[in-house]
Ligand binder design. Structure first.
Ligand code: MSP
Length: 700
């Protein structure tokens, strides 16, 4: 076993406030950190926020405040939540801190000095949402997230990533444990085998980033900036590198599966180029899904950790995340599943076992752990040590779900043993002495089983375990030596502490309560909205909205719907089939080419995501789309088949007129209409957003 352990979470983008998806990664890291510390390992657990880049700059702009004020606010929300949850990070790094900026500039300068950075120019597509260069033709959406990409044509600095193709492959070969699980490893290896191109690592078209040393019109590419946090937080590049010397290389980077490439290709290549040791392992977990899709701000399907903390407490959320989601795979979240797990495993399971055992020790032995007598609880005494070994191995392998499942077999077995032995019954065939001996053995055995479960579950249920440990009369669990959980460690004669409920049963309306709290905070109020409210008086915000929806110029510009919408007027893209916006406008107005704001608000424009796109047989121009509006799915027919291949549309977010009366086209019902710019003699261009927008959001 190594005597130090350095583990990290990804640093979170501050364009969205924390939700239980981001909480998941941080909780997993906290569980690992707590377990390592409990085993006596010198552990350093790092988390933080990723605050630079075009995405954040735009979010701040939209929120109407400076990027610094914006990032200060959202970063503080992350930190406050982690603190409220009692997460035991050792450092929280912000990429806007001087210590980080200094280190990143040093890394850039070092790579340049070592001949791995050169100047060139980049023309290609960029996905602002993923902050990634993508290899697709202009106009095509991002293959990763389906959002529109932007063409950039800039003078950039390049990193010689191509030089690391072979060294990386050799490294993966020599260190199979570097990427886990296997599926991610295979993806990364095939990506590198397919050939690596040099990577653009600076941008000039925006300002919110760390300037390239000596050429300040460039800012350093946000992923190079962000990845470096893992060493700048340890003081690399500062006057005091002692932490770096102690803890680097990282033992474990925990990441979501979508960012393995950055961590397993770019990051080791940067480190190789800098002549620094590489991390020992990167483990990718799956996504937390809610209503079948990845929980994220843009989908508007976020559940906040605070809601669960308020109703069931932090331990309930931790247990659910670790038990219900198989680490490495996607897992689903639902309030029903959460409450069911809580009641079955925590309230009726562990909590009830603790309560009935300790109450009986109080009643029959004045609250003092009895000395077990001659009778043996043979099967438990042999089963438990075997289970302990298995659980420890499963924790070590980060197989949390199975570890907890196995650990709970002790809870169930002990519960069954108590029920079968019925120590509360006075048996007529036993003398008082024998009865007491039986009770002593049964209750000692149950209390010892509880002690063992508690010691092992402490990293997952720190609050509950601390309470139970104190109730067992064992004092402060944080000071306990949890390395050895050998059977028989509980000393008879130990005076129990004060008893109290550990996991009270969830109230009947717990689910309802959580849903109401979420609704109160809906629609998924993104972090930036909060900043706007804080900084803009209500009238000003209302006036801004009014200007946006009632423009002076004849061409409607959908500023409120999102910057980056094409400047050309949005018109329906239904080809020759229908043109109902014009119809609607004519019907609404009746006063020349001007309509009133009331007329406009009758048109319900909403963001929808294309889920299915296919050609309509014998109709050259027509595509059949199934779109998701968040609250419903519907079918729309659109005359865009000559401009868009159906497969390029899936995942793309578009604008639709949602309250259009249904029509039949070629025997198929079209329920709404999408918007596109109609270019003179050209093909329609779909209206879309550069920013991240929620499905179902209304344009006004
Ligand atoms: N800033 C980058 C990471 C830079 S690390 C040098 C980033 N940030 S992020 O905020 O978009 O996502 C960070 C991590 O949050 C993901 O890798 C993942 O670990 C976690 N998750 C975000 N949404 C999630 C779910 N719905 N489910 C599980 N994890 C999720 O990428």
């Amino acid at each position: 076993m190594t005597d130090k352990f350095y583990l990290t979470t990804p640093i979170y983008y501050v364009n969205a406030r924390p939700h239980i998806g981001t909480t998941y990664t941080t909780v997993v890291a906290d569980v690992i950190a707590r377990r390592k510390r409990a085993l006596g390992v010198d552990t350093f657990f790092l988390t933080g926020t990723d605050e630079h880049g075009q995405k954040i700059e735009r979010s701040a702009e939209r929120a109407g405040c400076s990027p610094q004020a914006f990032t200060d606010e959202v970063s503080a929300q992350f930190r406050a939540l982690w603190d409220r949850m009692g997460l035991t990070y050792d450092d929280f790094i912000r990429t806007t801190e001087p210590r980080h900026k200094r280190g990143v500039q040093k890394l850039f300068a070092l790579l340049k000095e070592r001949g791995y950075i050169y100047k060139g120019s980049y023309t290609g597509q960029y996905c602002v949402y993923d902050e990634a260069y993508v290899d697709v033709p202009p106009g095509a959406p991002c293959p990763e997230c389906g959002r529109p990409t932007e063409t950039i044509n800039e003078e950039n600095y390049f990193f010689k990533l191509s030089a690391f193709e072979r060294p990386l492959l050799e490294f993966y070969e020599a260190h199979p444990e570097f990427i886990r699980p296997e599926t991610r490893r295979n993806e990364v290896v095939s990506f590198v085998r397919a050939g690596l191109k040099d990577l653009s690592i600076s941008r000039t078209s925006f300002k919110w980033g760390i300037p390239v040393p000596g050429d300040e019109k460039h800012v350093i590419y946000v992923w190079m900036d962000a990845l470096a946090n893992y060493i700048t937080a340890l003081g690399w590049g500062s006057d005091d590198e002692s932490k770096f010397k102690t803890y680097w290389p990282a033992d474990l980077h925990i990441v979501g599966k979508e960012i393995t490439r950055f961590h397993c290709v770019y990051w080791p290549a940067f480190l190789m180029a800098a002549g620094l040791p590489l991390p020992k392992s990167v483990v990718a977990h799956g996504w937390l899904l809610f209503e079948e899709s990845k929980m994220s701000k843009s989908r508007g399907n976020i559940v906040r950790a605070e809601t669960i903390l308020e109703v069931l407490g932090a331990d309930a959320l931790r247990y659910f995340l670790l038990r219900e989601v198989v680490f490495g795979q996607d897992g689903s979240f639902s309030f029903d599943a959460l409450v069911q797990r809580y009641n079955s495993d925590l309230a009726n399971g562990y909590g009830n076992l603790v309560s009935r055992t300790l109450t009986m020790i109080g009643k029959y032995f004045d609250g003092v752990v009895p000395e077990p007598a001659g009778l043996q609880a043979a099967s438990l005494a042999t089963e438990i040590p075997e289970t302990v070994v298995a659980v420890e191995q499963q924790f070590e392998a980060l197989d949390f779900s199975r570890a907890l499942e196995r650990l709970w077999t002790i809870v169930a077995a002990t519960d069954g043993y108590l029920t079968a032995s019925a120590p509360w019954k006075q048996s007529e065939s036993l003398t008082d002495e024998q009865q007491r001996a039986l009770r002593a053995t049964v209750l000692y055995t149950a209390a010892e089983a509880i002690r063992i479960v508690t010691a092992l579950v402490y990293p997952v249920l720190p609050d509950a375990a601390a309470k139970v440990w104190a109730q067992l009369g064992l004092g402060d669990i944080q000071k306990a030596d949890l390395k050895q959980v050998a059977w028989g460690g509980l000393k008879p004669g130990t005076k129990l502490g004060e008893l109290g409920p550990v996991f009270p049963r969830a109230e009947k309306d717990a689910i309802q309560k959580m849903k109401e709290i979420e609704e109160k905070n809906a629609p998924a109020a993104p972090a930036e909205d909060k900043v706007v409210k804080a900084e803009k008086p209500a009238e000003e915000a209302a006036a801004a909205e009014h200007t946006a929806v009632a423009p002076k110029q004849a061409e409607p510009r959908h500023e409120a719907g999102g910057r980056g919408m094409p400047a050309a007027p949005a018109v329906p893209a239904t080809g020759t089939v229908v043109n109902p916006v014009q119809e609607a406008a004519a019907a609404l107005s009746g006063s020349g080419d001007k309509i009133t704001i009331d007329d406009f608000t009758k048109v319900e424009l909403r963001v929808a995501q294309i889920k299915v796109a296919e050609r309509v047989p014998k109709a050259d121009k027509l595509l059949r789309l199934e779109v998701d509006l968040g609250y419903e799915q519907r079918q729309i027919l659109a005359g865009i088949a000559e401009a868009y291949a159906p497969e390029s549309l899936v995942g793309r977010k578009i604008v639709i007129v949602a309250n259009l009366a249904p029509r039949k086209l070629r025997g198929l019902e079209s329920n709404g209409m999408l918007l596109a710019a109609s270019l003179e003699g050209g093909k329609p261009v779909l209206a879309s957003f550069l920013e991240d927008v929620e499905i179902g959001a209304r344009l006004k």
